[in-house]
Write a protein that binds this ligand. Sequence first.
Ligand SMILES: Nc1ncnc2c1ncn2[C@@H]1O[C@H](COP(=O)(O)OP(=O)(O)OP(=O)(O)O)[C@@H](O)[C@H]1O
Ligand SMILES: [Mg+2]
Length: 261
Amino acid sequence: MSSLAVTNVSVAFGGVHALSDVSLAVDAGQIVGVIGPNGAGKTTLLNVICGVSRPDRGDVTLHGTIITGWKPSRIAGLGLGRTFQTSQLFPGMTVLENLMTGLHLRGHTGLIAAAFRTPSMKREEAEMRERALAALDFVGMRAFAGRSGTALSFGQQRVVEIARTLIGEPKILLLDEPAVGLSVPRVAELDTLLRRIRDERGVTLVMIEHVIRLVMGVSDRVIVMNSGRKIAEGRPDDIRRNPDVIEAYLGRQGDARRPAP
Ligand SMILES: Nc1ncnc2c1ncn2[C@@H]1O[C@H](COP(=O)(O)OP(=O)(O)OP(=O)(O)O)[C@@H](O)[C@H]1O
Ligand SMILES: [Mg+2]
């Protein structure tokens, strides 16, 4: 049984066919890369999987359960985490507060109830703090816990966002362009971090990425999208040589990301 399956999914926005009859399956423990030109439907695919967009046709199955049409929070409860294409850190909050805010939303105690701070709430808060700090430790960012989140470099913000998803202990993590704007050494660090997330935490990863060096280096399998369709899928070496992929994407793009429209 696949950890995650997308079956014949189509999504249209007005006249735009963002996804047309897309199917894919992801096995536990894999890192799957998703590549394709701007507007290919990659983010829409993640949005459908995590419940942000509802497909017009087709189904999404997570650990054997059909989750099509479920709310994002309910899907997250089944162990699906996700990062976004743009930074989602809250301005005016420290890195630690950013991570703990995510936890409050998931925890038993709501933010308003937490204002009364009964002993059990204080205990819960201390526990959340420990979990947030442990996640920062894991990604090598504990020293930044007290710093303003949005004052960090772009790359550091992406890593903090990954840490924030990890405290939810996802079984599957969807990443939308985690390497965008990173320098070559930072990309190498991200490569290592992604492998550690899989190997040490047993997380299955699905990653949209334009930095081809990273995708080809870290992925077990690569899925190629173009104009809302899946045009190829295979091992990185096979994808590099696939004439359709070279024509649609690799040949004219290489490692460079075209500016967003
Ligand atoms: N909410 C929306 N409303 C209308 N059109 C949308 C919406 N979301 C996506 N689209 C359109 O659907 C198509 C696929 O967009 P999507 O964001 O999935 O592409 P992408 O592969 O992630 O591109 P990029 O590499 O630029 O992030 C595009 O034509 C886009 O303009
Ligand atoms: Mg996108």
